[in-house]
Ligand binder design. Sequence first.
Ligand SMILES: [Zn+2]
Length: 107
Amino acid sequence: MHPKLKRKLEQKKIAKERINELFRLAEASFAKHPERSHRYAQLIRKLQLKYKIKLPIKVKRRICKKCNKFLKPGFNCKVRSKEGKLIIHCLECKNMMKISYGGKKSR
Ligand SMILES: [Zn+2]
């Protein structure tokens, strides 16, 4: 493999691990320090954009696409499922996100 490409893949791998770690931290801090969770969520979004990473669904559904805030169902977002899609209503900015799950491609 080309060394440059290999390095890129390694960086991506590290970024993915970092995203998982940030997500864990965001989840753990939310009860006491929601503002920290929001900051972690923003960092996740930055890494995602920088390395063009596809977020795992468990992470994706927990960060608002519009305001990039960490979402905790029952606290600052509402989650419903409809026709194989999750409808996530961010109560921070009133944005609605639709996330399809289960491998079905409906776009
Ligand atoms: Zn929002």
